[in-house]
Design a protein around this ligand. Structure first.
Ligand SMILES: Cc1ncc(COP(=O)(O)O)c(C=O)c1O
Length: 458
């Protein structure tokens, strides 16, 4: 590629390193350039319209043209485009957001440490837990248990928590203090003939056994998404979190709930914590916090943890952690306005209203010959693609079925994402029935085409 080839397409290939993309194939595939957005739709550089069935990356909950958020950003840019929270400084949007966020958060989470991404929020959770246990005089209590197929980010610590082999391979991850326990997917990991309750009992027994094997005095925390997203949209089986929480309590292990995807209405409640009865000691939020219009995330803490951090300052002086852009005033102003929109328009109520229709459309795909299982809650779902329905066998990666379905769906003007043998769906929370019809219309057609393709290539 030469610098003289000057279309955006060529310049992209020449200069942009693309996350989660095949960097080798990119030089011939090139990018799909998305140029603008409108409501639940985005448009590529050639003007083709797509319904955004993934809210970008599970984040653009209010769609792509919310004027109130644009106005909030503009107003803040004109007032105070940047300031920080270091050395006892503060600014109005940061303060107001902390107040509004802790007001809607689950009981007891009264303090928030801001950063700019979900990965950073989870990274901070790990760091603060290590600090916390040192301050409590138990320096050996440091291990963090995460789950296979859980997704918590890509930085050195959060990437370690992520339970996906490709996030670790050749990156020298995970860090030694991170352990992984079972993924709560009965479809994928249930033994032949094992009922869902028996599966739940077995995997939670495994969690307890892992804690006992490692020594409870060495295990600091357990992290989980209420519904796993990027690991394949795993909806937990009934009773799973109840049993997990009882085990954590028994061994004095903190519970970090990663609400980066599930926060702010996605599951039909403000937080996945409410949907599944979770009582976190720490909770991380990002994505929907600002409807993705600005990069901002938060790590919410209980009074007990915050009190210990204060004790740390009595010992060490300044709390030696902080990011330049933490609670960036423009991002904070946009996030505050996002929370106001959720409240003013009762977005959570809207999700509860449209979710049954969304899930009904999802269920209608269950009998398709290429569909092994459908699963979902609120406005997040997965369609599991299978080469053999009875044996629950996925297609070989070399068959490229995921990419095939994703590309064909795009040809029909619908954006979905294929991950871990499933098609993930996570439309904007403002979706109406007509958007849901369009989303499933394009996906159904693509699945039918895929079936013809599979049969022709047998
Ligand atoms: C549940 C969860 N946690 C954390 C992250 C990481 O967030 P970010 O990509 O903003 O670092 C993600 C990203 O998809 C996520 O889904």
């Amino acid at each position: 590629m030469t610098k003289t080839e000057s279309t955006a397409w060529h310049q992209d290939i020449a200069h942009v390193v693309h996350p989660y993309s095949n960097l080798d194939a990119h030089s011939t595939l090139g990018p799909t350039v998305i140029a603008r957005g409108d409501g639940c739709y985005v448009y590529d550089e050639h003007g083709k319209r797509y319904i955004e069935g993934m809210s970008g990356l599970w984040c653009a909950s209010l769609g792509f043209s919310e004027k109130r958020l644009v106005d909030a950003a503009t107003k803040q840019l004109n007032t105070l485009p940047y300031y920080h929270l270091f050395s006892h400084r503060s600014h109005p949007p940061g303060i107001a957001l902390a107040q509004a966020l802790t007001a809607v958060a689950p009981e007891g989470l009264n303090h928030v440490l801001f950063s700019s991404s979900g990965s950073e929020a989870n990274d901070a959770a790990v760091k603060l837990i290590w600090y916390y246990n040192n301050l409590l005089g138990r320096p050996q209590k440091k291990k963090i248990i995460s789950r296979l197929h859980g997704y918590h980010g890509v930085t050195v610590a959060s990437g370690s928590l992520t339970g996906l082999a490709h996030v670790h391979r050749d990156f020298d991850l995970p860090l030694p203090r991170v352990l992984h326990t079972d993924c709560p997917s009965h479809y994928h990991f249930g033994l032949p003939g094992e009922s869902e309750p028996a599966f739940t009992q077995r995997i939670t027994d495994n969690l307890e056994q892992l804690i006992l094997k490692e020594g409870p005095e060495t295990v600091a925390a357990f992290i989980a998404e209420p519904v796993s997203g990027a690991g394949g949209v795993i909806v937990p089986p009934a009773g799973y979190f109840e049993r997990v929480q009882a085990i954590l309590k028994k061994y004095d292990i903190l519970f970090i709930v990663d609400e980066v995807i599930t926060g702010f209405g996605r599951t039909g409640r403000m937080f996945g914590c409410e949907t599944y009865g979770l009582q976190p000691d720490m909770m991380t939020v990002a994505k929907g916090l600002s409807g993705a219009y600005q990069p901002i995330s938060g790590l919410l803490l209980t009074d007990a943890i915050h009190d210990t951090l204060r004790a740390g300052s009595r010992k060490h002086g300044a709390f030696a952690h902080g990011l330049t852009y933490a609670a960036h005033p423009v991002a904070a102003a946009v996030a505050l306005e996002t929370l106001h929109i959720y409240r003013d328009r009762d977005i959570v109520g809207h999700v509860r209203e449209v979710a049954p229709y969304f899930l009904e459309k999802l269920d209608a795909l269950a009998d398709h010959p290429l569909v092994g299982q459908v699963r979902g809650v609120g406005l997040i779902a997965a369609v599991e693609i299978t080469a053999d329905k009875a044996a629950r066998k996925p297609f070989e990666p070399t068959a490229g079925m995921g990419a095939w379905i994703q590309n064909r769906t795009m040809e029909y003007g619908v954006i979905v994402r294929t991950i871990a043998h499933c098609v993930a769906l996570c439309p904007p929370l403002i979706s109406e029935r007509q958007h849901i019809d369009e989303l499933f219309g394009g996906l159904s057609r693509a699945l039918d085409d895929a079936l013809v393709h599979v049969r022709a290539n047998k």
